[in-house]
Design a protein around this ligand. Structure first.
Ligand code: FE
Length: 132
């Protein structure tokens, strides 16, 4: 199991933009169709904005129409962790970075094959690195 990264709130705040901090460390959500990656179609990998953990590959990204970057699978199962989220009167499954606990978004069971899953992520929690 990879080493966990633990930092204080102040440390995270210093190294992230305000929006990144609000989403990744305070479980915020960027507004739909406003993030920098929902409509990105380039080939590459999506890293955790907090710790650099490689979370998603562009080859599992698809157009879900929901306004957030959507993937049908993480790069590897152990790169993410999930938890039940009962906030806002809903029952959702939260997705977090397994290495630093960053809030990434939620996973829903309305995705495409082969998994049937939609990892609905916040651009603010991700850092895209282009690969040719
Ligand atoms: Fe992380």
């Amino acid at each position: 199991m990879a080493e966990k990264i633990i930092k204080s709130d102040d440390e995270w705040r210093r190294m992230l933009t305000q929006e990144q901090y609000e989403v990744a460390r305070r479980k915020g959500t960027e507004r739909a169709f406003t993030g920098k990656y929902w409509d990105l179609h380039e080939t590459g990998v999506y890293l955790c904005v907090c710790c650099g953990n490689e979370l998603f590959n562009s080859d599992t990204k698809y157009d879900s129409g929901c306004g957030w970057p959507s993937f049908y699978a993480p790069q590897a199962e152990e790169r993410v962790e999930t938890a039940v989220d009962r906030s806002y009167g809903m029952m959702r499954t939260e997705v977090m970075c397994s290495r630093c606990g960053a809030h990434l978004g939620h996973v829903f069971e309305d995705g495409p094959r082969p998994t049937g899953l939609r990892y609905c992520m916040n651009s603010a929690s991700l850092n895209f690195v282009k690969k040719d």
